[in-house]
Design a protein around this ligand. Sequence first.
Ligand code: AHM
Ligand code: MG
Length: 414
Amino acid sequence: MAAIAQRTVTQAGVATKASRKEVVAVRAVAQPRQGSVAGAFTSSPSAVAARRSVVAKAAAAVEAPAKPVTKSSQYELFTLTTWLLKEEMKGTIDGELATVISSVALACKQISSLVNRAGISNLTGVAGNQNVQGEDQKKLDVVSNEVFKNCLASCGRTGIIASEEEDQPVAVEETYSGNYIVVFDPLDGSSNIDAGISVGSIFGIYEPSEECPLDAMDDPQKMMEQCVMNVCQPGSRLKCAGYCLYSSSTVLVITIGNGVFGFTMDPLIGEFVLTHPNVRIPEVGKIYSFNEGNYAMWDESVRAYMDSLKDPSKWGGKPYSARYIGSLVGDFHRTLLYGGIYGYPGDKKNKNGKLRLLYECAPMSFIAEQAGGLGSTGVERVLDVNPEKVHQRVPLFIGSKKEVEYLESFTKKH
Ligand code: AHM
Ligand code: MG
């Protein structure tokens, strides 16, 4: 996909040592925030006292253990930026990861606006080419991929990216520091776009490993192989995962390994505002979300499971409800909030189903687990699967813990 490559982005293996400025990032702790907070006050004696108290609170927050989010005024906004700063102060993430997450959020804002205006801006329909997986790319697939790549390249903290819409992992040439690996599906469920139905972006962030020293450029082919290996990490090593739902509202859901947090975009101020602190998925939920059109091609164990969900005698007279958008982000978001199970099993034609491990199943499974749920292939935990290929597929069953375990009670027997 050389045509898609940007000024600062090249295929893995062709970045130069000279282009990399390894600079130790200065951690943004309390000081910059103090300045900006103080600047918002006037200099009357009471204002000075208020400023001192704010500064003292900010300094104390650096040392004090995490406290629940409380608002001091009805006009106080707890935004994604505030959350990132607080997590950085607590030491959960470093400044570089916070920068990468901010750039992903910026990409999501831009894609949200493009999705919203797709019908007006002639962005519906197909682009006229296929991705490496032989799928017709929609115009918005291509544009969203560009948006993600540009945002990640300009933040200067991303070393390698792997995308559903790129044949191979791509090295970002002008990295300032950090070299995080970002995997993403820029616009999942894009077959829904032309009908104005929910779509979303999915992403995962890994730390770089030493197997891919981007400045050792002697053998580009070898470098490429090493970089592919570097990208192919199991989900258990994810530092951050998230998705952004473009629907009646735009919601960014994110985990950095200490719970799941949801931020809704306020279009009036253009910011993601914390609306779902510490999301917990219900342990059970009587909603299933599968493409049942494939029923006849499923394995016997999955068919037996599906039959059981529909048998009222097993569930006190009321069988499970079916809900299926055909948009993983939308279907998963509902499952996360209401409980239930989403499934894309393997079938006779595609033994590993449709969904990709690296940038769909693993990030979603990290979120599910962090919310108290599970992500399974039917026989093992998704986060334990070691990817061998960037675009590798795995069956996915994800959602409420008890629901996924019930599914496994069928699929693990065989
Ligand atoms: P995509 O990445 O090409 O958009 O495909 C992924 C989507 C998921 O969002 C969705 O759950 C699934 O494909 C739907 O597939 P199907 O139409 O076979 O039910
Ligand atoms: Mg996808």
